[in-house]
Each structure stands twice: as structure tokens, then as C-alpha cells.
Design a binder for this molecule. Structure first.
Ligand code: ATP
Length: 366
């Protein structure tokens, strides 16, 4: 069991790329934390610095409240599971699982007991005599997990371990890893670029962009209260819609874009009334756009007219897209009604679910 902490951790590679910039992060003992962000944002570098596979340029990495900057990987009591399972092809599953323990000269009896225990937890006991090539991708990934498990480490690190699996297996393994975490009660740090994976796995999610930690929060808080436009646009699928416009405080506080004009709801006006004349970005999630039927009351403000250009039925819901000024917007609808490209619709927005961001810094105003 161990906590992990980064204090002002920066990593600058020899090519002058700053992969991680002043990262501060506290991961409690037994916590399951997911690091998420687009390709190249520095997720793997954070993980590799915790594992000791990459040197820290400045700052400190703590494991169990001790600085480990100068401690080699093998002495950090950490196990890492990678995307490519890195199994030894010429060894059986048993030999693959026991390899690390044999290197560390564990007694044979202890090795056997640990391998058996891990194999049972992961449901791979029947494959122990097989070679990796005689296993499916999912089974190989379990063996890779098992190899970490037998070491009984204080911290598990996962670097995109499910990327090589097909969609169905990924969902299964996601559940397995969650179950494993509950069963083992060990600190786990999990890296993925897939925000859906992040939302379903971590109790705490760290969103990274360009080497900088943007927000650390629960999945729901990230979704409902993103601190900036990057997090708002990254978390959620389909992504939040963004529209540029100008704030006006002539009388009521309004937001005017090329597409439409809306009155800013009273709850948000204190945060926007000082921005008169400024360009800002309005964010609205696809599920917070509503179709106004003829004759129904549009208590959500003046309806806007749009023409649907793409219809994407996904079974339990349907995504409708419309375009204005070369930008495409998405709304999410229940599947009961049939929609077609070319349909003209009247839409409004839920005034309680509007987000406003600074045009340049991406910072959230409201
Ligand atoms: P991905 O999801 O694509 O794996 P990531 O978020 O894990 O990306 P990192 O692998 O941590 O990103 O890389 C962060 C940045 O550091 C990138 O710009 C990358 O090109 C750079 N980088 C990574 N490793 C090295 C290295 N050994 N030398 C130089 N630059 C590197």
C-alpha cells in the first residue's frame, strides 16, 4: 500500500520538449486515478517518472511519503502493465508469470502459490501450460496483468493497457480492472487517451494538456464543472458545442453570435456583466439543445431555426448535426422520432446549462 505524490514535477527532454510542466498531484493510498489527455500531452511521461523509467528534470516524486527521485525502478515496489503485453513468446504462461519472482530468487513454493493465486483471480489457471501465441488478445492481456499481480506491488501503473483489444473486450477488461482494484485495494494509476475509459474507471481523473494538469476531479465534476474550454471539450462524447459571440449589457445581459442571440440567465449574469462588448465562447452540450414543436411553449427563449445535415442513429439515441459558417454542431435526441437530412427544426438551449469561456485563455467565466 502506498500514496504517490508529484511536487512541481517537470520533465524536459534532450530535444528541449517540455513533456510535463510543474505537475502537482496527490494520489492517496488505495486510490484508483486515471490520467487522461490527447496524444502527446505527457501522460506516459508522468507514469514513467513515477516508475523511475524516466528521470525527473526538476521537482520531487514521492512514494509512501519518501522522495524516490534517485531510487532505481526495481526498488520502487511498483509494477507496470503496458499496451503491448511484452510477454516472452518462448515461455509458457506459468513461466511468464513466475519470471520476475524467479529473478528475485523467491522460494519455489512461494512462487507457485503466488502464480496460482493470480491465475485464479484473473481466471487464467487453465492456460498455465500454454505459450502466449496460443492465447487470444484478452487472455494475453490478463497474463500481462498477472505478471504485475504476482509481485504484490504497492502501486500498479497501467499505460493504455487495453488499446490493442477490440471494443467488446475493452469493456470487459475495464470491468475486470475495476473489480481487481476493489479486490486488491492497491493504489492504481491508469493512463488512457480515451475519455470514456477514463470516466468509467477512475474515481479521480487527472486531465492533462500539453504537459500541464488542467483539472483533477471526479468524473461528474469534470463533466458538469469543467474549469476551462479544453476540459469542457475533451470530456463528453459527442463533444460540447462551442459558439463565438459578443456579450452585451444593454438592458439585459445577452450573448449575440452570428447564429443567434440569447438572454443570459439571471444566475450567470453576475459573472458576465463586466464583459460588455467582449468576445467570449459559449459552450453547450448536445443534450442541452431542445427541439421546439409548433405550438409548444418555448420557455427556454427565442427558438432558432436550423437545417439538419447529418443524422446518426446509434440505437438508444440519435445525434443530429447542423452546420453554420463552416462549423458543425451536434444535438442529442431520443430515438423515437424519425429525422432526415434537410429537416428544418426550431431549437432552443437549456439556460441553466450554458457555459461561457474566455476567447483567448479558454478560462471559464460561468
Ligand atoms: P500518447 O497518448 O501518444 O502515448 P502521451 O500523452 O503519453 O502520448 P508522452 O509519451 O508522455 O505523451 O510524450 C509527451 C511529449 O514528450 C511528446 O511531445 C513527445 O513527443 C515527447 N517525448 C516523449 N518521449 C520523448 C523522448 N524520449 N525524447 C524526446 N521527446 C519525447
Amino acid at each position: 500500500m502506498a500514496s504517490v505524490e508529484l511536487r512541481n514535477v517537470t520533465k524536459v527532454f534532450d530535444n528541449k520538449v517540455t513533456a510535463v510542466d510543474q505537475a502537482n498531484l496527490k494520489i492517496d493510498d488505495r486510490e484508483f486515478v486515471v490520467l487522461v489527455g490527447p496524444s502527446g500531452c505527457g501522460k506516459s511521461t508522468v507514469l514513467r517518472m513515477i516508475a523511475g523509467l524516466e528521470e525527473v528534470t526538476s521537482g520531487e516524486v514521492y512514494i509512501d511519503q519518501k522522495v524516490v527521485n534517485d531510487i532505481p525502478p526495481k526498488d520502487r515496489d511498483i509494477a507496470m502493465v503496458f499496451q503491448n503485453y511484452a510477454l516472452y513468446p518462448h515461455m509458457t504462461v506459468y513461466e511468464n508469470l513466475s519470471f520476475g519472482l524467479r529473478l528475485r530468487k523467491y522460494p519455489k513454493k512461494e512462487i507457485k502459490a503466488r502464480v496460482q493465486e493470480a491465475a485464479e483471480i484473473l481466471d487464467i489457471a487453465v492456460f498455465l501450460e500454454r505459450k502466449p501465441k496460443a492465447l487470444s488478445g484478452g487472455q494475453r492481456q490478463r497474463v500481462a496483468l498477472g505478471r504485475a499481480l504476482v509481485r504484490k506491488p504497492n502501486v500498479f501503473l497501467f499505460d493504455e493497457p487495453l488499446s490493442n483489444l477490440d471494443a467488446k473486450l475493452r469493456v470487459q477488461m475495464r470491468v475486470e480492472i475495476n473489480r481487481l482494484h476493489k479486490q486488491l485495494q492497491t493504489t492504481m494509476i491508469y493512463v488512457t487517451h480515451d475519455q470514456v475509459e477514463a470516466m468509467t474507471m477512475g474515481s479521480k481523473i487527472v486531465v492533462l494538456n500539453q504537459g500541464v494538469i488542467q483539472q483533477v476531479d471526479t468524473p461528474l465534476e469534470l463533466y458538469n464543472n469543467p474549469v476551462n474550454k479544453f476540459v469542457a471539450g475533451f470530456i463528453g462524447s459527442p463533444a460540447m458545442n462551442f459558439v463565438e459571440g459578443v456579450v452585451s449589457t444593454d438592458g439585459a445581459v445577452t450573448f449575440q453570435s452570428d447564429l443567434f442571440k440569447i438572454q443570459v440567465p439571471e444566475s450567470l449574469t453576475p459573472k458576465l456583466e463586466d464583459l460588455s462588448g467582449q468576445h467570449v465562447v459559449l459552450g453547450i452540450r448536445p443534450e442541452n439543445i431542445r427541439i421546439v414543436r409548433e405550438g409548444s411553449d418555448s420557455r427556454w427563449g427565442e427558438p432558432q431555426s436550423i437545417v439538419v445535415d447529418v443524422v446518426e442513429p446509434v440505437g438508444n439515441e440519435v445525434f443530429l448535426y447542423f452546420s453554420e459558417q463552416d462549423k458543425r454542431y451536434c444535438m442529442r435526441m431520443p430515438p423515437e422520432q424519425l429525422y432526415h437530412p434537410g429537416d428544418q427544426l426550431q431549437i432552443t438551449f437549456d439556460p441553466e446549462k450554458l457555459y461561457f469561456f474566455d476567447l483567448h485563455s479558454d478560462k471559464r467565466y460561468a
